[in-house]
Design a protein around this ligand. Structure first.
Ligand code: ZN
Length: 466
């Protein structure tokens, strides 16, 4: 099912160059500096239970499409947080995916799943209502074998390093278990402080109290709160973290005088913040996090512009991360100015900017990253982690920011078996982009070959200090 020339240009000259470039990178190890796989998989190394639990239940790309066509999330086995009933019949869930496989035509989800079915499980027929049970049985049989356990797959995927993402309140027990197990796979954490820096995050006040409890700091005071955050950052560093991650609704930053910041903290801590005060607090916290990054060396990622939990009903029944996050327009030039006024010229600070608003690539992000030493542009993200999204990204970024103000690829996934597929798509699309530049005599092929390795491997290692 996987054509060896998939995603390469159809023009024969460019295709031949793309093939040669891809030959240089196809077998490189995978560096996965940002994502959301579950560290317990690698800590416990238990077999994945069945095909639906592996491919459907944890993958919001899969179930959001099915939901959009009227299939209830309960039927897809997505757990309800209100305790309501949800399907536990994995084969029935799988049949739903299979009989609706046509919905994924032309989408990256279809490419990723097909890649995983074929390269990981040896499936050579297309998923459909008719093949559903055969493919289910084939994958299930594989999953019972030791070579399909999480650690074995990690090694087979040639993962050099895999970062997960945790809240500052997470005790990192799984990372501890991985470390103590003696297994050589490098699974590291990343520090995602949204639950304790976003006053609108569920349970924010309780989260502050918990942050105080686990650090022994007084999080009822501004100084104690900042000290607690610095403390947790160091704890995360001790479990391999090299980065922080900030998922704010906007890219707003602020640099308030100390007395004002203190006063604002007092308001949000008591739970009475207005929407504007909450936004200003998040903005201030991005600047505080940048300051701490300069001290402890953690690379800062800003992932703004997602309107989280847009569907109230889905949020109330199922909670976060259920495919109901919708991109919105994002402004960076004015929003980042306070932070950049303070830290933009620091050469020892790396801030990686992501966007769900492609308009900002050429107008804002490439010019910003093409100037400020502290800034880099992160890869095409989420809805744009797709062949067309990656092409648009290179087309809109490169002429202003070049390649070396970008940071390689992030798979940013919860779906473990999609990791090799996603990196392969990125490598093929980048090689195709480079092939066009070579064919148009804008780049020599030896430069393109070096760039192909940089984009697939070296830039991510360097930018994320891995
Ligand atoms: Zn992410």
């Amino acid at each position: 099912m996987l054509h060896p020339d998939r995603l390469f240009p159809s023009d024969p000259t460019q295709r031949a160059i793309a093939r040669r470039l891809y030959g240089e990178v196809a077998a490189l190890p995978i560096v996965s500096p940002h994502g959301h796989t579950d560290p317990s998989w690698f800590a416990q190394n238990e077999a994945f239970p069945d095909p639906a639990s592996l491919f459907v239940k944890p993958d919001h790309y899969a179930f959001r499409m099915l939901y959009s066509q009227g299939i209830p999330l309960e039927q897809l086995g997505v757990p309800r947080k209100d305790g309501g009933e949800t399907s536990t019949d994995s084969r029935a869930i799988w049949r739903l995916l299979a009989s609706n496989w046509h919905l994924f035509r032309g989408t990256p989800t279809s490419m990723w799943l097909t890649h995983a079915f074929e390269t990981v499980f040896g499936v050579t027929e297309r998923l459909s209502a008719a093949s559903a049970d055969r493919i289910y049985d084939q994958i299930e049989e594989c999953l019972r074998k030791p070579e399909f356990r999480p650690r074995a797959l990690f090694e087979r995927f040639n993962l050099e390093v895999l970062a997960t993402t945790e809240s500052p309140l997470d005790p990192l027990v799984h990372h501890k278990a991985i470390r103590e197990s003696g297994w050589k796979g490098r699974v590291i954490t990343a520090f995602r402080p949204d639950p304790v820096v976003d006053p609108e995050f569920e349970g924010f006040r309780d989260n502050l109290a918990e942050l105080g409890r686990i650090t022994g700091k007084d999080t009822a005071t501004w100084d104690g709160y900042l000290a607690a955050l610095a403390d947790r950052r160091l704890y995360f560093k001790s479990y391999g973290a090299t980065s922080t991650d900030h998922g704010h609704p906007t890219a707003a930053t602020a640099d308030l005088p100390r007395a004002e910041a203190e006063k604002l903290f007092d308001i949000v801590r008591r739970g009475g913040a207005t929407a504007n005060e909450a936004e200003l607090f998040r903005a201030q916290m991005l600047t505080e996090m940048a300051r701490m990054s300069l001290e402890d060396g953690l690379v800062m990622q800003i992932h703004p512009g997602s309107f989280r939990n847009h569907n109230n009903l889905v949020f109330e029944r199922f909670g976060r991360d259920k495919g109901a996050d919708i991109p919105s327009g994002t402004e960076y030039v004015r929003a980042l100015k306070p932070l950049l006024d303070r830290f933009g010229n620091e050469r020892d600070l790396t801030i990686i900017l992501f966007t769900l608003d492609e308009d900002s690539y050429s107008r804002e992000l490439a010019p910003l990253a093409g100037h400020y030493p502290a800034l880099r542009v992160g890869p095409a993200w989420w809805f744009h982690d797709s062949p067309e999204g990656m092409r648009r990204y290179r087309e809109m970024i490169t002429e202003t920011a070049g390649f070396y103000n970008t940071v390689g690829f992030n798979d940013d996934t919860r779906a473990f078996c999609s990791i090799p597929a996603r990196h392969d798509v990125s490598r093929r699309v980048d090689c195709s982009f480079l092939a066009r530049l070579v064919a148009e005599h804008r780049l020599e092929e030896d430069e393109a070959a070096e760039l192909a390795v940089d984009l697939a491997y070296r830039l991510a290692k360097n930018a994320y200090k891995l």
